[in-house]
Design a binder for this molecule. Structure first.
Ligand SMILES: Nc1nc2c([nH]c(=O)n2[C@H]2C[C@H](O)[C@@H](COP(=O)(O)OP(=O)(O)OP(=O)(O)O)O2)c(=O)[nH]1
Length: 137
């Protein structure tokens, strides 16, 4: 049985752009892009975990809004249940610390990044919500 890993991710939108962060070269899913966030710790709500992770990773504070989507992806190391939430920056601006890189992207340009596989459904939903039209092919 693979282990279930409950992860929260922040969809931080500012001036129409979405914050994307790149995982470091070591560890799980090296170099892939993801939403800021991480594993929910025992006793935490998803929202509490997200606020904590954003402070740890980006040294800024967000208001966690409504849930965006929850999807599940099976990796070789476990089953990641990824819940993403709309978040609004309320204090400070994101500072790079644990990640290799960060970028604010227009929803139409998210696909240019190589995302963690678990994130693809959320990325597609962002495109839909922001009216990105994709021509076939
Ligand atoms: N934070 C975050 N993690 C994600 C996303 N998509 C995705 O598959 N993950 C995976 C990567 C990790 O296995 C796990 C989150 O773990 P984490 O960020 O709290 O901790 P970590 O890098 O130390 O993870 P690990 O090396 O211990 O597995 O979920 C995402 O969009 N954001």
């Amino acid at each position: 049985m693979k282990k279930d890993i409950h992860v929260v991710g922040a969809v931080i939108v500012s001036s129409g752009k979405v914050l994307c962060v790149q995982r470091g070269p070591d560890g799980t899913l090296p170099g892939l892009w993801e939403f800021p966030g991480g594993k929910i710790e025992p006793g935490e709500t998803a929202q509490e975990a997200l606020r904590r992770e954003v402070v740890e990773e980006l040294q800024c504070h967000v208001h966690v809004g409504e849930e965006f989507t929850t999807t599940r992806h099976t990796y070789d190391f476990g089953i990641v249940h990824l819940s993403t939430f709309y978040c609004e920056l309320v204090d400070g601006s994101p500072q790079l610390s644990e990640h290799s890189d960060m970028t604010w992207r227009d929803p139409a340009d998210l696909r240019d990044l190589v995302w963690a596989p678990a994130d693809i459904p959320a990325v597609q939903l962002i495109e839909q919500r922001f009216g990105v039209s994709r021509s076939a092919g």
